[in-house]
Design a protein. Sequence first.
Length: 299
Amino acid sequence: MKLGNLKITNKGLYWGLIITFAFLYLFVGFVSTLHSITFFNLANTMSLAILLGITYEIGQASVLFSILMTKNKDKFLPWALMFLLTALQVTANVYASFKYMATSGSNDWMYWQKSILIGVQAENAEMYQVIISWIAGALLPIVALGMTALVAQNIKLMTEDSPVQSTETGEINSERMEAIIENEVEKRIRERDQLDEEAASLSPPVEDLKQQYDKYDKANDIPVKLETQSGVIQEPISIPLQKEPEPEPEPEVVQVIKPVNKVQGWHFLKEFVDDDHNVFQKGKFIGNDPTKIPTSKKA
């Protein structure tokens, strides 16, 4: 079995790890806070030194927690603030450790120097105390930051790996279920709005709807078998093979009207009007016009 495929699904184990790392941070952070108070007491009263020590310790953990749990990891200011707080915590812890060894009157540090710092040759005893102060004091804020990071990572893992339904207890995770339902509802609303916009942009919408129904009917069309009857036709059927000629139009009947009172040379006149007001032009009848005055016979 590969350890990479092993996932922690027990919620109690998750919270157990988180609480354990939180307590470890509190223990290390408490000692680091006392060292910070000793350092800030150099330039402040004891009450202000306590306030600054607590502020720096909690601020350091909060900034790292924010970097690990939010999108602040991509920004410069949180990282710069964390490095500044960590550097100050390191100096405070080194100072407090060295002060304790120098003022306590104990020579126990010599046993650690002789057993661990075997190859180190220092000019005087204070150099060994400085080295031990850096080892004992500088690691405290780094360890505290590591515990904070483990707490944040375990919380994040529990959030990401939390299934909708637990495989062991069978309980449904209501938060994940609500998130899934909300995402699905938003997805359906977006799809409906998109379909409405597409339908509104069609021209004309009624014709498009008719085409959709026609396609649906064709897709679901079930062929119907028609009943046919066969038989012998008794009566003969005449089929014309040639096209019948169209009848010629009847000639128009031209009505010949002669003037009532003829005068000599009337058919040569440009316009001649008889007593019945019939109008002739060069002998051709034009029509009857009561407004016309009959042509004088003397014309």
